[in-house]
Design a protein around this ligand. Structure first.
Ligand code: CP
Length: 361
């Protein structure tokens, strides 16, 4: 008998913004992520997405987001088509329209994981896909310019839940490039779905959180105030210290419309100068005075804002490597949910076709 599966999840065909989710939606994605955690990255294979194809369409570079999508789809039993490489595609030497590349991917793939340097672009692609006849492709936004990166927020929230056990009554100290950092924009939208949270921004070099993303009660302080403020909060408070990279390439594009036409060397020089201009660092001293229930998160990639010493430390306050690890089960969960498989996710063992290989630690 042929089963009819829901197109998308709870009325959402595509995953485009944290705005689209209710608190319950977020909690359920995290619930199913936890259910799948014992099978992520351990050689397990499920039948959930057997015969389904994911197309990575990264019009902008990625390391983590691309990898976790290709790992997650394969663990769930599906496959992925060759990731788009804009440099080596028909976009480059035949000037094919980006839209046509997206439409083409929707013919051979069930899920399109799209990242693009322009705000709003991924939602525009989704509208075109919605209007195609007899097409059921879903789009997962992997970041649209400086606007949003909703799947990063889902894995950030998972990390906070694992570390602090709640997404309510937290103090969120968000540091770095709040203007162009899309992970910050999705994060603050997500935080507003939960209760009694305080959000405080510490922008570097005037890169403030734009008005449209500011939650109620939002406060912003000079970055120099961070050690004093974090050292003076109630010692029993639960703190998320969220550090971000300065988005040098986006700042460069804003300052110089010709930036994308420069050669690699010239671009690297411009970026290095911008990193130097906006340089900041979360020092061991800041973490020492922070309450014991503090978690330092960073969406990565990192620049100098977190030293190797802190990044590689086994201190329980330091979470960026955990964020990368947790990203796989979170991605497995939303790929299955947006493929209409919520009911089946309650019983992962039933759909396991290859047992995980357990290593002795
Ligand atoms: N956090 C994140 O989006 O990393 P990538 O740019 O490597 O995908």
């Amino acid at each position: 008998m042929i089963e009819l599966l829901e197109l998308g999840w709870r009325g959402h065909r595509h995953l485009l913004s944290m705005d689209q989710f209710s608190r319950k939606d977020v909690e359920d994605i995290l619930f199913f992520s936890r259910k799948l955690a014992p099978y992520s990255g351990e050689g397990a294979v499920f039948s959930y997405l057997m015969g389904r194809w994911l197309k990575p369409l990264f019009f902008e570079t990625s390391t983590r987001t691309l990898d976790r999508h290709t790992s997650a789809i394969q663990t769930m039993g599906g496959g992925y088509n060759t990731p788009l490489n804009p440099e080596n595609s028909t976009m480059n030497d035949k000037q094919e329209k980006e839209m046509d590349i997206v439409i083409d991917a929707a013919q051979s793939s069930d899920i399109l994981a799209i990242r693009h340097p322009k705000s709003g672009s991924v939602s525009e692609f989704a509208k075109v896909i919605d209007n195609l006849k007899n097409n059921k492709a879903r789009i997962i936004s992997c970041g649209d310019g400086p606007n949003e990166h909703p799947t990063q927020t889902l894995l950030d929230f998972y990390t906070v839940m694992e570390g602090l056990g709640t997404l309510d009554s937290l103090i969120w100290l968000i540091v770095g490039d709040l203007e162009y950092g899309r992970t910050v924009h999705s994060l603050v939208k997500g935080i507003t779905k939960f209760s009694n949270n305080m959000v405080v921004g510490f922008p570097v070099g005037g890169l403030q959180l734009p008005q449209q993303y500011r939650p109620d009660g939002y406060k912003e302080f000079d970055l120099a105030m961070l050690p004093k403020i974090i050292g003076n909060v109630d010692f029993n408070s639960k703190i998320v210290l969220y550090a971000t990279r300065v988005q040098a390439e986006k700042i460069a594009r804003k300052r110089d419309r010709l930036y994308d036409a420069y050669d690699k060397e010239a671009k690297q020089k411009i970026q290095s100068d911008i990193y130097q201009e906006f340089r900041y660092q979360i020092t061991p001293g800041i973490l020492d005075v922070a309450p014991h229930q503090t978690k330092l998160l960073h969406p990565l990639p990192r620049g100098d804002e977190i030293s190797d010493e802190i990044f590689l430390s086994h201190d329980t306050k330091i979470s960026p490597i955990k964020q990368m690890r947790y990203g796989i089960q979170v991605t497995m969960a939303y790929l299955a949910l947006f493929s209409g498989l919520e009911e089946r996710l309650h019983e992962p063992e039933k759909y396991l076709i290859k047992q995980p290989v357990r290593f002795k630690s």
